[in-house]
Design a protein around this ligand. Sequence first.
Ligand code: PMT
Length: 313
Amino acid sequence: MDSPLNSEIESFFDSAPPLNDRAAISQKLKEFIALNSSESGTRRVACVTSGGTTVPLEQRCVRYIDNFSSGHRGAASTEHLIKMGYAVIFLYRRGTCEPYCSSLPDDAFLECFEVTEESAVQVCQPYSEAVKRAIRDHHAAVAGGLLLKLPFTTIFEYLQMLQMIAVSSRSLGPCSMFYLAAAVSDFYVPWKSMAEHKIQSGSGPLDMQLLQVPKMLSVLRKEWAPMAFCISFKLETDAEILLEKADMARKKYGMHAVVANELLSRKEQVVVVTNNGKIPVYRDKTSSDSDVEKPLTKLLVDRHSVYIKDSNT
Ligand code: PMT
């Protein structure tokens, strides 16, 4: 590692607080990847990232900067990928949407349950089918070794875990996919120069310099997981610049596809930008429970199949 970018990446990781549960995460990854690799044929494994990363402003964190993402895209895409035969490592922001939970009420979870006269807990009638389906599908995916959920909160945790997943997935070669839907912070406060205690408001306006988080996409492609099929996302609020920025990101970071989405229309349509064109993908408006992630993941899985075939010839 000797380029200016690589030294920025090195100093980001050097300054990051070490992951608390690194050994446990590493063990889970090892087992999950072994389970999905066999001599008779390796299953395809996707790492889906989801939700926004936080940037703490204090080491004993009271305040932080957040990135917008509900996690819906990542959770729904995970369900579709599992249906299409993938095993998924779901790297998600704690507290955002999780796979198989979209039909459960978010605001009033306790309203789903009631206590019977025999003091047992049961699901209230209107939610009964949805809860049963969610439990059944989630259990089948986890127990079947098709879903590994790894939560993060901060940018430091996210990038360290992404690196661990990428390096652990190397043995899967082209069968590995990265689907980077998380909304990742662009600026951060290095751990070592961060205030330890709560910043006091009595000293007047806050003057703080944030460093740029190095983009890890090219190091992911070139060093961490060079054989993997990599899809990144480009979010803009100005539709005029979206496609150009997505294509620039594709070329700059060597992504196999960049999914371009505009904040307000992201649930209805996206555009998949590849080296041979820009493909619009729409939600099926004739069905109320359809989502744009279904045709999106289908298209990307087809592209991944071609990539695997080409890599093996
Ligand atoms: O979760 P939902 O509410 O359903 O919304 C989904 C979504 C809008 C969050 C998702 O579709 C999306 O666009 N995610 C990417 C948002 C984002 O961070 O975009 P960006 O333009 O800032 O970054 C582009 C890419 O660079 C991302 O794939 C990101 O993983 C990567 N990145 C970003 C910053 C950084 N410091 N390093 C990175 O590697």
